[in-house]
Design a binder for this molecule. Structure first.
Ligand SMILES: [Zn+2]
Ligand SMILES: [Zn+2]
Length: 284
């Protein structure tokens, strides 16, 4: 009844195929609802976002698919929007003008290089280390605290429907290489951010991509964070962040195990145009 995915990338941004291929895969797997969340255009060149002139075509194509497949699956039109102060937010006038069904707000850029260009912190490890060295003088606490501060500012100032991959930057510190998720300062930043999410009413995304791409051994966010989120009664949704139709529900079975283990009984789904809580079912 409740197999859904709202975080997906097609060939409009850095995904592999046309939107219809994802819908066909979703129908085949029995999904009741499916959402597209291409990377929103940025006001500077970026190879993984929708180019601004293409946005109209994206909106029209998803709209057309909505109608074409209306009797088989609910399709939703969204974007994964960055938060870069002064440049883009999930609630700026351009994003609002698109009349989307929902937004996923994700922080991928943290601070600026000396030439003023934003620093993408979730790219290659080498790039992360370069930013850490040149912008943050090798102070990883400073970089990560800035990341969580930006996440909180996004939620406070331009709240998206869904907060995307909350702790994705841990990919740069597998096995505690650069920082430990158990450090007091890291726990403090995470809890402060959960607090802001709780107050905002936004949905916390549980995202499986790091696992099936073998970038982390844990979900975004990690289990210990999910335990706090459960105690705080923060609503969650489950997404695959797929970039190919064969990834639309990748990692969901294991994620459901984790969620049920943590004590979550419900997840949020966009059905009938509204976010509602439904039971999390374990696959028999
Ligand atoms: Zn993302
Ligand atoms: Zn994504």
């Amino acid at each position: 009844m409740s197999l859904t995915n709202y975080h997906s990338h097609t060939h409009y941004c850095d995904g592999k195929l046309a939107p219809e291929a994802y819908i066909k895969a979703a129908i085949k797997q029995g999904l009741t609802a499916y959402g597209f969340s291409s990377h929103a255009p940025l006001p500077f060149p970026c190879k993984w976002t929708i180019p601004r002139p293409k946005i109209k075509e994206y909106l029209a194509e998803i709209q057309q698919l909505k109608e074409q497949y209306a009797d088989q699956i609910e399709i939703y039109l969204g974007l994964e929007v960055d938060y870069i102060p002064g440049r883009i937010t999930p609630k700026n006038s351009f994003i609002r003008s698109l009349k989307l069904d929902y937004t996923i707000g994700s922080v991928h850029f943290v601070g600026n290089w000396s030439d003023g260009k934003p620093f993408q912190a979730d790219g290659t490890h080498a790039q992360f280390l370069k930013g850490l060295r040149e912008i943050y003088k090798n102070d990883v606490k400073k970089l990560m605290s800035h990341y969580f501060k930006l996440t909180r500012d996004m939620i406070t100032l331009a709240c998206p429907d869904v907060v995307g991959h909350l702790d994705k930057l841990k990919i740069h510190s597998e096995k505690g290489k650069l920082f430990s998720e158990r450090s007091d300062w890291y726990v403090f930043e995470v809890l402060k951010t959960l607090d802001v999410i709780k107050k905002s009413g936004a949905i916390l995304e549980v995202n499986t991509r790091g696992i099936y791409k073998k970038k982390t051994t844990e979900l975004y966010p990690s289990k210990w964070i999910l335990e706090y989120a459960k105690d705080m009664e923060i609503p969650i949704c489950l997404n695959s962040d797929c970039h190919h139709p064969n990834e639309i529900t990748k990692g969901f079975d294991d994620a459901v195990e984790v969620l049920i283990g943590v004590g979550f009984e419900e997840k949020m789904v966009l059905i009938g145009g509204e976010w509602v809580a439904v039971e999390i079912f374990k696959k028999e």
